[in-house]
Design a protein around this ligand. Structure first.
Ligand SMILES: *Cc1c(COP(=O)(O)O)cnc(C)c1O
Length: 467
């Protein structure tokens, strides 16, 4: 039963294509948001006791129907959310191809083509961030959180020669590192995953544009050194999740260099600005970072997950992750290659790079430049339109994340609840700085048009006056 008869298999592929196309074509007229009812979903699953096999077409239809009914449709052009894109057709095709061929990205010799595709991309992205070969290395990851976790492990390995052998317990002092108060929470989680503990993350004050204050960073490092702690890493963020703030990367790089600290730039979403001549100046100084997190499953619109950890230090990933085994394949011994499992916290690994490769091969840098600049222009349009309708924009960034409220409207959460319940759009709330509640809308979708934004603003206006 694991294998299907050839005619059933062909029917299945045709049916799959019909589902994919129906999704693409009907999505614009679907509600963006689902009903949130765990009981209804659980009832629909209950008949699947796995004692009676289900026909392939019925099973596939069931799954497609469930995904249609019960999902915030992140690929919808009125999903103004958390960096989740509409996927590229080439990315979907690549993921299907990878699922069928199932290349194993632990050992290079098992999947030389897929491994070289990833190496090629890592070199290409490293160059886009201003690095030059041969000083470019990296690894594909599940996402930005894994890439940031990798950054911590590499910085620990780089700074403390004993870390690999004796771990945190062998260190002479408590290691500490620095990120802005607006940095991504994956760093807080990574402190636990690395055995450092939450206190190792020093939260650095931000300015009125929510960017890290270099003076506050320098002061905190001095205070920590004076207290006998061991600083080892500075994080700059290029495009915060909350409000798309870009830290002063160049000034942070200078402080890190002066203090002899590893400097990592978290550019999970905002790194795509490197592909636009107009936006690239925002990232000034990123070429000085020792390592970078970049997520292709955000602004590059490939299916999840496609994180990338990039570094200029071509030894550090091996030093951090390599292990000696008796059983791994040896055919590639003597070749100028790297076994991916020696450069990654993953072992058996999906060929993550293929969906990036096929998307980029077909769109080209130019295609991405256009998409990124168009989404940025849609962000400008939303900002202008909100202001014209009496809303107050609370953040200051050229990137398409708009945080706002209405001076005499109901609280942001009430407005957002009404918009989301309407099914017309998905937006969210956040808190800027210590205590400024805001509505947050991000243009994450290359298909979003002015019409979509007009509908969002109508929906917001209605949600405000309905109070
Ligand atoms: C999304 C994001 C992350 C986490 O990435 P995942 O791909 O969700 O794991 C980290 N940092 C920033 C700035 C992000 O926007």
């Amino acid at each position: 039963m694991l294998d299907l008869a050839i005619e059933d298999r062909i029917d299945l592929w045709h049916r799959l294509i019909a589902h994919l196309e129906r999704h693409a074509i009907t999505l614009p007229i679907e509600r963006v948001t689902p009903e949130l009812s765990p009981e209804t979903i659980r009832q629909s699953l209950a008949p699947f006791d796995f004692n009676r096999p289900v026909a392939p077409d019925k099973a596939l239809d069931f799954a497609a129907d469930g995904l249609t009914r019960w999902q915030v449709h992140t690929p919808h052009s009125r999903y103004f959310g958390l960096f989740n894109p509409a996927t590229t057709a080439m990315g979907v095709a690549a993921d299907a191809l990878v699922a069928e061929f199932n290349p194993q990205l632990a050992a290079w010799s098992h999947s030389p083509f897929a491994a070289e595709v990833e190496r090629h991309l890592i070199h290409a992205f490293g160059q886009k961030f201003g690095w030059t070969l041969p000083s470019i290395d990296g690894t594909f990851c599940s996402g930005g959180a894994e890439a940031n976790h990798t950054a911590l492990l590499c910085a620990l390995t780089h700074t403390f020669s004993d870390f690999g052998e004796h771990g945190v317990r062998g260190l002479p002092a408590q290691p500490v590192f620095y990120a802005s108060a607006e940095a991504h929470h994956s760093f807080a989680k990574a402190t636990r995953l690395c055995g450092l503990g939450r206190g190792a993350l020093r939260s650095v004050a931000v300015d009125d544009k929510l960017r890290m204050r270099p003076d506050a960073l320098a002061e905190q490092i001095q205070a920590d050194r004076a207290a006998g702690l061991a600083p080892f890493l500075v994080i700059s963020t290029a495009g915060t999740t909350n409000a798309a703030a870009v830290d002063p990367i160049e000034a942070i790089a200078a402080i890190a260099a002066g203090e002899g600290l590893w400097h990592h730039t978290d550019a999970a979403w905002g790194g795509a600005a490197a592909l636009s001549p107009a936006l690239k100046p925002l990232l000034k100084g990123i070429e000085k970072a020792n390592s970078i997190t970049f997520d292709a499953h955000k602004w590059l619109s490939v299916p999840m997950g496609a994180g990338i950890y990039l570094t200029r230090d071509t030894e550090i990933l091996s030093r951090t992750f390599s292990t000696v085994t008796a059983y791994m394949p040896k055919e590639a011994a003597g070749l100028d290659i790297v076994d991916p499992h020696l450069h990654s916290m993953q072992w058996s690994r999906r060929a993550i790079g293929m969906k990036v490769f096929l998307s980029l091969a077909v769109a080209g840098w130019k295609g991405y430049t256009k998409a990124i600049e168009n989404m940025t222009a849609m962000g400008d349009y939303l900002r202008t339109k909100l202001k014209a309708h009496g809303w107050r924009v609370l953040n200051d960034t050229p990137l398409p994340v708009i945080c706002f409220d209405h001076p005499n409207g109901p609280p942001p959460q009430e407005v957002v609840n009404r918009v989301v319940a309407s099914g017309e759009a998905w937006i969210s709330t956040t808190v800027l700085g210590d205590d400024q509640p805001a509505i947050r809308a991000c243009i994450t979708n290359y298909r979003t048009t002015r019409d979509d934004i007009d509908i969002l603003v109508l929906s917001l206006d209605r949600a405000r006056s309905d109070g």
